[in-house]
Ligand binder design. Sequence first.
Ligand code: UT7
Length: 331
Amino acid sequence: MTGETGAKTCRAVAVGIGHYLPERVVPNSEFEAMVDTSDEWIRARSGIERRHFAAEGETTSDLGIKAAQAALDNAGLTPGDIDAIIVATSTPDLTFPSVATMIQAGLGMRHGFAFDVQAVCAGFIYALSTANAFILSGQANRVLVIGAETFSRIMDWEDRTTCVLFGDGAGALILEAGDGDGSNADRGILAVDLHSDGQFRDLLYVDGGVSRTQSSGVLKMEGKEVFRHAVEKLAQTAHTALDRAGLGADDVDWIVPHQANLRIITRTAQKMGVGMDRVIVTVQDHGNTSAASIPLALSVGVAQGHIKPGDLLVAEAIGGGLAWGSAVLRW
Ligand code: UT7
């Protein structure tokens, strides 16, 4: 770990990205036999066409380890180069220890520190913000930031309003202390904006947990209400973060949104004044993977050649809590 960069301004710069999706692909049609739904309804209301489900016995840390390995390969780094691992997840393998320590062990890493962040679908933004703070304070030089989820484990398979929406997967991003001149032309994280409002905790929650039920529970959601909050709050937080960085919508090369619903993604882009040709969309292939959705979308966007070095990205997400936020990052 090194704190001093010797630069005028320290920036947390992205140096590697990767993802992993479980092998099993589940098309919308599979739900037609389980609940009263249709491929048409799911596509029209959410934009989802398929999602991946983890195999029996395949855990969140298994997905996270594979995503982390892909990000390390992408960066040309080894686990020995990493100072800290932060995992955003709401579906840990066990109540404790953290998924992050399991990934640390899986990577054969015996040094540094690892912990989880739980902010549900906004988790990756929270983890990114935390990693940024560690890097800017000099407490870590390279941080592996992972979003990993197995939401298929907390579905109520009889609830058609939720079980068709979610999927499993993991994405990983490596942030490294880099030199900047303090301007918004710098590479790296330029601004973050976080919010939560616990008065809305009943709109999206899991009805089990250690302290209350001693069980893991299933997901419950007032979809329409969450939708309303999402449309209102996502463009707002993105504007705040851009403003903080001294930038505007015209400067944005790519919005990398949380992938919950194509209609939310489209309306947020409209409100921001950014065309859909500048939005990374993966919801059709992944469904809603909660904290994994942004790093998955980032990884796919980079792999497909859309996101290029120097591009200005805005990532935004909202979920249970409610918790929401955004980050402005120059790739
Ligand atoms: O990632 C965390 C944040 N989560 C979100 O951002 C999710 C936000 N919410 C949403 O994405 C949308 O609200 C949903 C996709 C969940 C639902 O779309 P909607 O347009 O808000 O539909 P709705 O809940 O108003 O339901 C419309 C109708 C209802 O029937 P009635 O009352 O009009 O007769 C539902 O019962 O569609 C019915 N419905 C379904 N029909 C077929 C609900 N689920 C299904 C289904 N298949 N799976």
